[in-house]
Design a protein around this ligand. Structure first.
Ligand code: SF4
Ligand code: SF4
Length: 441
């Protein structure tokens, strides 16, 4: 298929980065790409969504990735997965699939789903700091996104989401649910009760967010719902008040340099030095924000907080704050030249088991069963117009309209945006700036 035709199919199907990024996928089809990387690396612990999609539908994942490669004239597709995933699937390194896809096994370390790290690990290419993967001829597509592309080619839009439900529950499972299902209805349908002194995370234990299961929804980006005790390190650092961290950091940081030495992006040669950023945190006025531009290179992986810092001062929180400030002032760091990874990198990579043990989730790591489509008993769906990067979708319906499951109810706006489809048939009861409400019927 020609690239323009494929772009339109993907756009019309409302495909966005399903791995958590939410970037509209049709915008990723750039020129000068020679390699498509399928990210099935399942970056965070306890998540088995990519594994399950591969187990059930590896043919569709490969087909979606190869559609992109063929349209872009890219001669190489690498299906990237960690060794533990490959071993469970009985797939060997270099094994071929489809017309020209090969498996690339990645080490069982955290973080491996960060695309600049995965590109280096899989291809030995370093994306210059602040640049997109296209700069080194690569496009990275999550496994579920590739699966959605294969459907888009058949004019099947994104109306369901693959989700791992796991953590401190008796029977972890992977399910599909309608996009924009209520989290409380999903948990109820899955037979999961949230015990006292536990929280629900949307996303992984390191980078996921605590959500209110009473109001939260499954978006096109949701990869997991994790039910975790509120006193383990993976959760406690998410409950620390940012203002408190910012006040405490200048006096508590002993400048041991550990956060920088263990930072996965610093080890890739990126000029990111959290200890230095933190040293001058309180002096942005004097130093000028430009001196902190490297904070824009922080991926938010949390290694500095969860593995490195001996003072318990959560450097990643300060880095995120600085990244926001730098972003607002449009002072992000950018370089044209690839960096040189540290010779220490191999020795400092963090084995996933050690990471899980340190953040308190190792005991919850069980491979979930694939439970199929969950029968969610939900009558009313609020379809969110903004669940992707960029401008909100533009409604195409109004209150009173009858809609059919799979129908486009909002189109992609100009520029970066994505279209939206109803997962259920019924009647539109409200259209607001934020959502289209459909009563199932
Ligand atoms: S969160 Fe910390 S370790 Fe991770 S990229 Fe940012 S500074 Fe580096
Ligand atoms: S690891 Fe903690 S104490 Fe050490 S330099 Fe980094 S923030 Fe400061």
């Amino acid at each position: 298929m020609e690239v323009e035709a494929l772009r339109e199919k993907i756009r019309a199907a409302g495909v966005i980065g399903a791995g958590g990024a939410g970037f509209p996928t049709h915008m990723k089809l750039a020129p000068n790409i020679n390699t498509v990387l399928v990210n099935a690396s399942e970056c965070e612990p306890l998540l088995y969504t990519d594994y399950t999609i591969l187990k059930e539908h590896i043919g569709l994942v490969v087909s979606g990735a190869e559609e992109v490669a063929k349209a872009l004239g890219a001669g190489q597709v690498l299906l990237c997965m960690k060794k533990h995933t490959a071993s469970r699937l009985h797939i060997s390194d270099g094994q071929g699939f489809g017309d020209f896809t090969q498996v690339k096994q990645l080490p069982d370390v955290y973080p491996m789903g960060d695309e600049v790290i995965m590109i280096y690990q899989a291809l030995g290419r370093v994306v210059p700091p602040g640049q997109l993967p296209a700069k080194v001829g690569v496009v990275v597509i999550n496994a579920e996104t590739a699966y959605n592309i294969a459907h888009a080619v058949q004019d099947i839009p994104v109306t369901e989401k693959w989700v791992t439900i796991a953590g401190d529950i008796p029977a972890p499972k992977v399910v599909t649910v309608p996009v924009n299902s209520n989290v409380r209805d999903v948990l109820q349908a899955a037979g999961v009760a949230v015990p006292p002194s536990h929280v629900v995370l949307d996303g992984g234990p390191a980078m996921g967010n605590i959500i209110d299961p009473g109001t939260a929804k499954i978006t096109k980006k949701t990869k997991s719902l994790l039910i975790l005790p509120d006193d383990i390190p993976a959760v406690t650092f998410k409950t620390v008040r940012t203002e408190r961290v910012l006040v405490r950091t200048p006096s508590a940081c002993c400048q041991c340099f550990s956060c920088t030495e263990m930072c996965p992006r610093h080890l890739l040669g990126y000029p990111l030095q959290p200890h230095k950023t933190l040293r001058y945190m309180g002096m942005t006025e004097e130093a000028g924000l430009g001196d902190f531009s490297t904070a824009s290179l922080c991926s938010g992986c949390g290694v500095c907080t969860l593995m490195a810092c001996c003072q318990g001062i959560a450097p990643s929180i300060s880095m995120t704050e600085m990244k926001k400030k730098v972003g607002k002032a449009r002072l992000g760091y950018r370089s044209e030249t690839p960096t040189v990874p540290s010779p220490e990198r191999e020795n400092r990579m963090i084995p996933i088991e050690r990471f899980m043990s340190r953040i308190g989730v190792l005991r919850f790591n069980r491979v979930p069963v694939w439970a199929g489509a969950l029968p969610v008993a939900q009558r009313s769906y609020d379809l969110l117009l903004s669940q992707h990067v960029g401008k909100p979708s533009v409604p195409l319906v109004q209150a009173g309209d009858l809609v059919t499951a799979g129908q486009m109810v909002a189109k992609a706006d100009d520029g970066i945006s994505a279209s939206l489809h109803t997962p259920v048939s019924g009647r539109v009861t409200a259209v607001t700036e934020k959502a289209i409400t459909v009563e199932k019927g």
